[in-house]
Write a protein that binds this ligand. Structure first.
Ligand SMILES: [Zn+2]
Length: 284
């Protein structure tokens, strides 16, 4: 993943929710004052082996996820994408293909088709929603706003967007629903996207507020989710609603890359003898 080489400590783009009680998503981040010297994470990291140790010691809620093994990730250096021949790390964000042995990479089948409506100002190399396509390639489509938005079937489509009019996932009748849309953009752009004529009349849903463990320092509170977190929570809540409130990690691998990068960054801090920057209640 090439962007990991340039990953710096960042904080979220300034975004404002419609209400304080709604979970919203954020995507890309901006440079901030806490960028460490030499913030090229892969150069700073002496060995990725420490990542596995960190995974074992991690006490965050991510440690409770049922995830595919990270073992194969440790040896993946910069590798040519087998489709586009560009050098990437961990996965190719253009082709949405995992690097290394594809047989060792997690794969998911999602119960609903996903469209991620991607705003052009968001760097695709920093998209967390990409993780969902890497693990569930067949079920996730990236739609470039505004030109690629198709005509959606209003009866079969829902849109994850928190507003006062949105219904909670647990209250939705999913019998006719085949597709769920997620918006990947900054908040002010999300509102522009929502005004697109082809998105009018689509039922909006929201997930219960969840605390984010997004690894970067943030000043906006715990209810701001990375897009991949929102996708994960949606499918977890969808599964709960369809299975008598039972969930056994069926969609946890949506957070496979997210959790790996979280541990990678923690490991980097430890190797730099830095305290991992966190705030109270930042990690559950
Ligand atoms: Zn590629």
């Amino acid at each position: 993943m090439e962007n990991m080489e340039n990953l710096t400590l960042k904080e979220p783009t300034t975004i404002k929710p419609d209400t304080d009680t709604n979970t919203i998503t954020k995507t890309t981040t901006e440079d901030t004052q806490i960028k460490p010297k030499g913030s090229n994470i892969n150069n700073n990291l002496k060995t990725t082996v420490g990542v596995l140790e960190n995974v074992k010691e991690d006490q965050s809620w991510l440690s409770d996820l049922k995830l595919h093994s990270f073992d194969h990730m440790i040896d993946i250096g910069r590798t040519l994408c087998r489709k586009c021949d560009k050098k990437r790390k961990y996965f190719c964000y253009d082709c949405c293909l995992p690097l290394g042995d594809p047989e060792k990479s997690p794969k998911l089948k999602l119960p609903l088709n996903v469209d991620v409506i991607h705003h052009p100002t968001e760097l695709i190399s920093k998209s967390t929603a990409i993780h969902s396509k890497v693990v569930a390639f067949e079920d996730v489509n990236f739609i470039e706003f505004p030109e690629d938005i198709p005509d959606y079937n209003l009866d079969e489509t829902i849109l994850l967007y928190p507003s006062e009019d949105s219904c909670f996932v647990k209250d939705i009748d999913f019998s006719n629903i085949k597709k769920v849309l997620f918006v990947e953009s900054q908040w002010h752009n999300a509102r522009k996207i929502l005004k697109h004529p082809k998105l009018q009349g689509i039922k909006c849903v929201k997930i219960d507020m969840q605390k984010t463990m997004f690894w970067r320092h943030q000043r906006h509170g715990d209810s701001y989710l990375a897009t991949i977190e929102a996708i994960y929570y949606f499918f977890k809540e969808f599964h709960l609603s369809q299975n008598n409130n039972q969930y056994n990690g069926e969609y946890d691998n949506l957070l496979f890359y997210y959790t790996f990068f979280y541990n990678l960054i923690q490991t980097t801090y430890k190797q730099q003898n830095r305290d991992f920057i966190r705030k109270d209640n930042y990690i559950q």
